[in-house]
Design a protein. Structure first.
Length: 292
């Protein structure tokens, strides 16, 4: 990741951290005054989001370091590690939210929240949707896994805030239990988001292949190159937000070494040009024979 993209990631994280900090303060304060367990739970979630943004910034910082003697392939996988840490933090906040909701339900200490709680929930929905779109756009532009994980967390927060709004509204209409039930819904949404982020990060840590659609496009690109008579094999593995590509092509066995090398170089360059997510590409040339 270039220094320019790194600065963009920092700017996005700092901006969303500031918004989350304000939301957390308002939600916790209004939730306490209005006796809304759902809004208090959402406030705790927003406070955790502030911390998660700093986790993302650390991940981007380390992942953008240049290759060195001990890490010749770079540090991109650190973004996966930061995503795993982020998922665990999100899961912990979700469990806390669920526990608090169950305590309120079984204790019977439920009151109808004030009108201000409803207004704060509505503001949160709009703010979280903006943060989701803002962060996702930046994550796609700079190809950052940890930033995208944070964006997915914000999308989960949108649904959480919708649950708060419904719960508070229902409680004010005479169903106080809905406020606590909304907290349980928030818990489930938070945990689902954490699991999705965790599974995605683990998949990229375990050298999983890239998606089938991209793999098919790679195969078609290789076969279109002049001099390539067959595609013998193609292997891919994810490395953080990028991936490695190993290709075996078949060419005319009577070609000179210089000619075969030129074909392999062209295949290599075309792959890296059309698929900029490629971190490294290796092309091996086999003689075209009867087995084809």
């Amino acid at each position: 990741m270039s220094e320019h993209y790194q600065k963009q990631a920092y700017r996005v994280s700092l901006c969303t951290s500031a918004v989350n900090a304000l939301l957390a303060v308002f939600k916790l304060a209004v939730g306490f005054v209005s006796s809304s367990s759902a809004l208090l739970s959402d406030g705790v979630d927003s406070a955790c989001d502030v911390f998660s943004s700093f986790i993302v910034m650390i991940g981007v910082k380390v992942a953008s370091k240049s290759p060195d003697e001990d890490h010749p392939y770079g540090h991109e996988r650190f973004e996966c590690i930061s995503s795993i840490v982020l998922a665990l933090i999100i899961a912990a906040s979700g469990i806390g939210v669920g526990y608090a909701a169950l305590v309120n339900i079984f204790s019977g200490a439920m009151e109808a929240p004030g009108l201000l709680a409803l207004a704060v929930a509505a503001v949160s929905i709009v703010a979280k949707e903006w943060m989701f779109r803002f962060t996702r756009r930046a994550a796609r532009r700079i190809r950052s896994d940890s930033l995208m994980a944070n964006a997915l967390n914000y999308r989960s927060d949108v649904f959480s805030s919708c649950g708060v709004f419904i719960g508070v509204a229902g409680a004010r209409l005479g169903f106080p239990a809905l406020d606590a039930i909304a907290s349980l819904v928030i818990c489930a949404l938070i945990l689902r988001s954490a699991i999705e982020i965790l599974l995605d990060a683990l998949s990229k840590m375990l050298d999983s292949s890239i998606d089938k659609e991209t793999l098919t496009q790679l195969q078609e690109l290789v076969l279109k190159q002049e001099g390539v008579l067959a595609l013998d094999d193609i292997k891919t593995r994810q490395f953080g937000s990028r991936y490695f590509v190993d290709v075996e092509i078949a060419c005319d066995g009577d070609l000179s070494l210089r000619e075969a090398h030129a074909i392999a170089s062209r295949v290599h360059d075309e792959i890296e040009h059309h698929f900029p997510e490629t971190k490294h590409c290796l092309v091996h040339v086999n003689p075209y024979g009867e087995e084809h």
